[in-house]
Ligand binder design. Structure first.
Ligand code: M3P
Ligand code: FE
Length: 311
């Protein structure tokens, strides 16, 4: 499979209410590596299997949530082409200068119809992983440092105009729809799982009246064992758990949903379906999402927090 265009989720900037508390959570309990701090006081982190400089940026603010979600694209030419196509589709775009985020090139930012700030960029400094790039080592102690996810994997975002978001991501940004949920007694798609790769998904959306909301930022774990180990570490540090450990029927990923100290939900996720752009999407009904185990295979019910708690 030739990956071109949009390559992968590259970074998210998350607002935390107290920076030290946020750093303690993401660096010391999650076990992400701190790779930098900038003049604005933002803290940069990444998982042990990531090669680029960072994927998670923490910014202290008086309300929690997501500032922006950035995708890495293949090259400068792709960045220019997608910028033009996003404009032709009808969105205003803005160029953010290289270096605004540490070790990151120029970014193209636009607000999508769900109210989220999405960015594309072509360059971020290659830093390598702790295993090395040549004859890589089989093990690094970073793999056991806290919860120790391999990487930032995806986010689930809540907002209006999910139909327009689907059009933009599939017709302009080159994503395919992997799975979706229709609203009760309707064929309107109310939730989307979208992939630019053959992962289970790279970004997901659920319809919601308030724009720009964050449901969760997800971290990829090597195995379901590591998800259970994450549950032990969460318990040891009094991390508040929402759902799990269980499996999502949608994506078939092993999961825990839990909250950081600012109330932002995060997920430790493993496995999941392999998707291809030629396959028709998997369709879930509203009942399938709840009683059908789409959200929670083990308990086969809707959890109220899934629909109501977002930042
Ligand atoms: C995920 C995931 C639902 C499934 C959610 C899936 C809400 O968060 O990462 O696979 O049914
Ligand atoms: Fe998820």
């Amino acid at each position: 499979m030739a990956l071109t265009g949009v390559l992968r989720p590259g970074h998210v900037q998350i607002r935390v209410l107290d920076l030290d508390e946020g750093v303690h959570h993401y660096r010391d309990i999650m076990g992400l590596e701190e790779t930098g701090r900038d003049a604005e006081g933002r803290v940069y982190l990444r998982g042990w299997d990531e090669r680029d400089h960072h994927s998670i940026v923490l910014r202290q603010a008086d309300r929690a949530g997501l500032d922006f979600f950035g995708f890495k694209v293949a090259d400068e030419h792709t960045l220019n082409r997608l910028e033009a196509e996003v404009r032709d589709w009808g969105l205003a775009t803005q160029r953010i200068p290289a270096g605004d985020l540490l070790e990151t090139g120029e970014r193209v930012r636009f607000e999508i119809p769900s109210g989220h700030q999405i960015e594309l960029y072509a360059h971020k400094t290659f830093k390598g992983s702790p295993l090395g790039q040549k004859d890589p080592a089989p093990y690094s102690s970073r793999m056991d440092n806290g919860i120790a996810p391999m990487r930032f994997d995806h986010a689930l975002l809540y907002g209006p105009n999910v139909d327009k978001v689907l059009d933009l991501f599939t017709k302009v940004l080159g994503f395919h729809l992997a799975e979706y949920v229709t609203l009760p007694d309707s064929d309107v798609k109310g939730a989307l799982w979208l992939a630019c790769s053959n992962k289970a998904h790279d970004i997901a959306f659920v319809i919601h009246p308030e724009p720009g909301k964050l449901h969760h930022v997800s971290f990829y774990m090597e195995s379901i064992d590591r998800v259970f180990r994450a549950a032990d570490i969460m318990a040891a540090h009094n991390v508040k758990v929402d759902i799990g450990p269980t499996r999502h029927g949608i994506t078939r990923g092993g999961t825990i949903y839990a909250w950081d100290p600012s109330g932002n939900r995060f997920e430790t996720f493993s496995g999941g379906n392999t998707t291809y752009p030629d396959l028709p999407p998997i369709a879930w009904t509203w009942e399938g999402l709840g009683e059908g185990g789409g959200l929670d295979v083990a308990h086969r019910k809707m959890h109220e927090t899934f629909l109501t708690v977002v930042t």
